[in-house]
Write a protein that binds this ligand. Structure first.
Ligand code: SF4
Length: 455
């Protein structure tokens, strides 16, 4: 059994949790459909976003340079990191330089990707995640299970237990308003004493040298306004060329992510406040090699909205932690193998290839085509298990041979009908785990079609 399948099995063992997870994310997907349907030019917006990102990826050095020149002109310190280690070292050097003791951080998938919290923790520096969902999983020592809804895998009772243990809320209390108030009081203290604030970046505008951060909780703003030192962390692909492009992306982002018309806070940071210092740390961390691969380059258009996760039938039922990679779900399954083909070889298989992910993606990333391309590459590079390779080889032979296909179809129908249940659903039958096939029809589809096509 693959790693993904093992972890998915664990998640599915709690039936009420997995059903609730599935239904909640499907509700978010439906909200997304509803608000997207209210924008007549929705498909035009997606195409424009995709075209802008194509232009960015084709001229990335030019836009990065333009961004840096503009930002530097406004006194912003722009730093570059080639990989996760360099990124973490740069952040550490900023913290040490300013002798920062109280550090607050709003959501940044780049810092998750680079393992920043862990890196700083081993050096005795604690960072407080200020996004409510992030803070919950930080208390529990877990990774986010979704890039927009990091604690979506947890029930409110579990959050109540965590808050009771960490914040001293009443035992057994699970009322969301009560718990949110407790979190607010706790985080307020952290904000007020912060001397350095770290944020992610949703968009970096080359034309103006400003960074744009979108949050629903205003926690990025609280951190940046309270702390004298602000550090904005971004991957090289976050650049967009012009200020006028921003509206296209912000209209798409909120609707795709949570079904909102607009994100509650869309904050622009262009220079440090009086007496403060502003840094932008730009990380490559494996993006340039991906840029050089035409087949997989489009994954760098991702806006990290999470819509592909909400719609994916596998993600909704298996939970984000089953993927094991920092970014779970369909987009994570095409990003992870770029990092390590062997380690993440099971992820492109963890998909129904239904294409729903590509259909909802606001940047029109061809996710399902890349999943399929990864499957072919991983087979050819012999990175998948031998069992998977043999099974695929045999399947390929059967599907290419009409007579053999008909014969095996006939045998399977008879076996399902006449063999004892325990034989059909023996442990070797991986497909039989967790699902039972209905009794087969008397004839195959081909036979039925021959008889009925002229009617
Ligand atoms: S691949 Fe598309 S749908 Fe998935 S997170 Fe990125 S932008 Fe959103």
């Amino acid at each position: 059994m693959s790693e993904h399948a093992k972890k998915a099995k664990l998640f599915l063992a709690d039936e009420s949790r997995s059903r609730w997870h599935d239904e909640t994310l499907w509700m978010v997907r439906q909200k997304r459909d509803h608000v997207a349907g209210m924008v007549p030019e929705w498909e035009d917006l997606r195409q424009q976003a995709s075209d802008i990102k194509t232009d960015v990826l084709e001229h990335l050095p030019k836009y990065l340079q333009q961004f840096e020149e503009k930002a530097t002109h406004h006194g912003v310190i722009v730093l570059h990191a080639k990989d996760a280690n360099e990124f973490n070292q740069l952040i550490l050097s900023i913290i040490e330089k300013h002798e920062a003791k109280n550090i607050v951080k709003s959501k940044s998938m780049l810092t998750e990707e680079c393992g920043l919290n862990r890196f700083l923790h081993t050096r005795g520096i604690e960072v407080t995640d200020t996004d409510l969902g992030e803070r919950i999983i930080q208390f529990r020592g877990e990774a986010p299970s979704h890039i927009v809804l990091p604690a979506i895998h947890l029930k409110k009772e579990e959050i109540g237990e965590t808050f009771h243990e960490k914040l001293g809320t009443e035992a057994g209390a699970s009322d969301p308003t009560y718990l949110t108030r407790a979190a607010r009081l706790h985080l307020r203290q952290k904000f007020l004493s912060a001397d350095l604030a770290i944020t992610g970046v949703n968009f970096a505008i080359a034309e103006t040298g400003t960074v744009v951060v979108c949050t629903n909780e205003g926690n990025a703003d609280m951190g940046v306004h309270c702390a004298p030192i602000q550090v904005h962390c971004m991957g090289i692909e976050k650049i967009i060329p012009r200020q006028t492009d921003l509206g296209i992306f912000t209209r798409l982002l909120a609707r795709s992510a949570t079904g909102q018309h607009v994100t509650t806070y869309t904050s622009h940071y262009g220079k440090a406040k009086p007496g403060g210092t502003m840094y932008v740390v730009i990380a490559d961390n494996g993006r340039t090699p991906q840029l050089a691969e035409p087949k997989y380059r489009q994954a760098l258009k991702c806006l990290r909205c999470g819509a592909c996760m909400n719609t994916c039938p596998v993600f909704r039922r298996s939970g984000g932690h089953s993927y094991g990679y920092t970014i779970p779900g369909p987009i994570g399954s095409i990003l992870a193998p770029r990092r390590d083909e062997k380690k993440w070889s099971d992820l492109p298989i963890a998909s129904s290839l239904c294409g729903s992910c590509s259909n909802v993606c606001p940047a029109k990333v061809n996710i399902h085509e890349q999943l399929y391309a990864w499957r072919q590459d991983l087979m050819q590079h012999k990175k998948t298990s031998w069992l998977k390779r043999v099974t695929m080889k045999i399947t390929g032979i059967v599907l290419a041979n009409n007579g053999l296909y008909n014969l095996l179809g006939f045998a399977a129908r008879k076996a399902l009908k006449y063999l004892p249940h325990s034989w059909v659903y023996m442990p070797l039958n991986a497909w039989g785990r967790g699902r039972e096939l209905p009794l087969p029809p008397k004839q195959s589809f081909k036979q039925w079609y021959k008889q009925n096509r002229k009617k």
